[in-house]
Design a protein around this ligand. Sequence first.
Ligand SMILES: *Cc1c(COP(=O)(O)O)cnc(C)c1O
Length: 485
Amino acid sequence: MPEKTLFELSSPGRQAWSLPKLDVPPIDAGESARKDNELPELSEVDVARHFTRLSVMNHHVDKGFYPLGSCTMKYNPKVNELACRMPGFTGLHPLEPESLTQGALRLMYELARMLEEITGFDAVSLEPAAGAHGELAGIMMIRKYFEKRGEQRDVVLVPDSAHGTNPASVTLSGFKPVQIKSNAKGEIDPDELERACSTCVACLMVTNPNTLGIFEPEAKRICDIMHKQGSLVYLDGANLNSYVGVHRPADAGFDVMHINLHKTFSTPHGGGGPGSGPVAVTKALEPLLPKPVVKRRNQGTRGSSGAEYYLDYSRPDSIGRVMGFHGQFAVLVRAYTYIRMLGAAGLKDAAENAVLNANYVRAGLEDIYDLPYKDRSLHEVVFSGSNLREHGVKTLDVAKRLLDYGMHAPTIYFPLIVPEALMIEPTETESRESLDEFIKAMKQIADEARTNPDILRRAPVTTPVRRLDEAKASRELDVNWGTKS
Ligand SMILES: *Cc1c(COP(=O)(O)O)cnc(C)c1O
């Protein structure tokens, strides 16, 4: 049975609240006010049960395995939630004066320093609200960098394996994206790059490890090729979880990167948010960072307001504001808590286990599914379901069938350079038992493709809703559904 909406469950006169008797005469707000405020009427237990039922219908990391490649859907430690729900944080208003927000500013200041230490960059802005937003801020800084130097550069190179947000950020910033073809191993070909790079190119966007989970072996040479033409190199840091504590990307020569706090440093982000995409830069780009930037006065000294930590708005070369207030603050608190809980050794451990887990899954499935790019992969592995086509089964069917096994599907049909792609990222938070269970399910599904392909084409058969038209909800959004009589 599909869950009814609150409007369908409503029963006139039921209420989940009780207020003291009025000590003033009641007034009638009028018919039109009543019509505008037609709310469902339910008791508290009805409301609690409705939302509890909904919460377990949906798949989430607290319910089961979630190997959604490129998204790093790791388990989110509950201590993060305790920290970001502390009343001192939740009761803050972003317009409160610095003298009353020293704790929050200090947390932001220290988090930025930790991210600098982790990445090797010279400065960090915590403002951007997601990875894609960090890309936009980073590319806008690159545009301003060349404007200030009086250089006319209008092209940004983007590999064909890149996430779709890369060319989108390039276009939104007024640049022209030009695609670079990957070589047979799925890597950027330095010779191809050499041919494509000229003084018209503002920058190259690199994802490392790339979206196949493969570490670009020539990262340093790639940066050198770009720098020789005066171009910059942008690093998409969405895959930082595979090398945090092991490698500092600034050492390879990158100029700008964004970090998806909601991937590498926990925070559950299934369902569209919230996220946070700090952007990290070298000294040359530091003056261009979005404003404000949290600064600290010389240790022990305080400004006239008594504040040691303050928001610096006097940044004449800044690209300006990119957020209404000061980043996604609750996500910053979660990332800060996560980093402080794990420490340097713990972060490195997490990265190593993320790589180990992905390679465990790879070894368990490489005889069953096609593996088009065979180089050693890091934190994720991209299979192809092409070998199931002969049974009339698509990767989409495999993904849908996994839901019947109680697991979230991997990312499918991305990266675009792999036909029928199945992009699996187990993350470090999964036990060996849960990986074994996933491998077993994927093997059974491959068996079903041979013996009972029909069940795959009809899957999922055990979920609250079956195969949905996935584009309809966004193209024909109907927010009044359920309120119509
Ligand atoms: C997730 C991801 C992005 C975009 O990040 P959001 O936080 O979802 O905006 C960009 N590039 C890659 C490789 C990603 O995996």
